[in-house]
Design a protein around this ligand. Structure first.
Ligand code: SAM
Length: 276
């Protein structure tokens, strides 16, 4: 199996829409008419879910006339959030066909299809023309990509000069290799974690200047503590995207995620930079 097929096989097992609709019904939500907020526990597939998307958006210089790119757009929660919040156009691209299909359907159910689109494709060879976008972001995607410089060069190509890029990723921490499975990879063979220092160097070598690089571990710990308190009080965890996408495989992946963060084998980071 090639790397791309390996990745989409990890994320997709079929039946995603039916599982999502069943979950929404259990939440008391009509799956034909969900709101952005009702979908949010399921369609922001990254650490801290909607909260992290909102934090990232707070730092982005987006205006309503902008066209922005979501690299590895998943089920499309972040893209719909950005479009609703800023009134901008958002193009998503993702390797996993089932995620793109569900992303389009949910976008139509929210009436956002005029401004938000999803293409099935590889972030390493995008079909967009040069200098097409005013900005781009990517949430928890580069961990699946071995050749980071090839990724950053391709993003550089599709951005206008001076455009912003924001990455929210899981970096390799000082504590050693994490144990697998993790939410983005069943084994180490499809996981490529870079340290914050290497990420900075790779971005700079690919034509970006770094404006900020933040370790968001304390936000992640705080979110985990609040989630635990909700569950102990009998509520549902606020972030259910990993369970939805990976099903039974999620249990071990989530346990390993907590352990890896605690032992500083992984570090959540957020980087804001500019295309030179
Ligand atoms: C953990 S999910 C994050 C999805 C989305 N960014 C979010 O935060 O909701 C990682 C996503 O990256 C996508 N992905 C991984 N490698 C990719 C590549 N080379 N090109 C495009 N998408 C990729 C996967 O298909 C998956 O949807």
């Amino acid at each position: 199996m090639n790397a791309a097929a390996d990745i989409s096989d990890h994320y997709s097992q079929g039946g995603l829409l039916a599982r999502l609709e069943a979950n929404l019904r259990k939440d008391g939500v009509d799956p034909a008419r969900p709101t952005l907020e009702e979908l949010a526990p399921y369609d922001h597939f990254h650490g801290r879910g909607l909260e992290a998307t909102g934090d990232m958006a707070n730092r982005l210089p987006v205006s309503a006339k902008d066209r922005i790119l979501d690299i590895g757009s998943g089920l499309g929660g972040p893209a719909r959030y950005m479009a609703r919040r800023f009134g901008c156009r958002v193009s998503g691209i993702d390797l996993t066909a089932e995620f793109c299909e569900v992303a389009r359907l949910l976008t139509a159910r929210l009436g956002l299809e005029d401004g938000v689109s999803f293409d099935e494709g590889d972030a390493l060879a995008m079909s967009f023309e040069d200098a097409a976008f005013d900005g781009a972001y990517s949430m928890n995607v580069s961990m699946n990509i071995a050749d980071k410089r090839a990724l950053y060069r391709e993003i550089h190509r599709v951005l206008k000069p001076g455009a912003w890029l924001c990455l929210s990723e899981v970096a390799q921490g000082p504590g050693g290799e994490p144990e697998y499975p993790l939410p983005w990879a069943a084994t180490a063979s499809s996981s490529f974690l870079a340290t914050p220092e290497t990420t900075r160097a790779d971005l700079e070598a690919s034509g970006f200047s770094i404006e900020s690089l933040r370790d968001t571990s304390s936000e992640a710990r705080d979110f985990a503590a609040r989630s635990r308190a909700i569950v102990e009080a009998g509520g549902k965890p606020p972030h259910r995207a990993v369970m939805l996408a990976l099903g039974e495989r999620a249990r071990e992946a989530v346990a390993n995620t907590g352990r890896a963060a605690k032992e500083r084998r992984t570090l959540p980071i957020e980087i804001l930079c500019r295309r030179v």
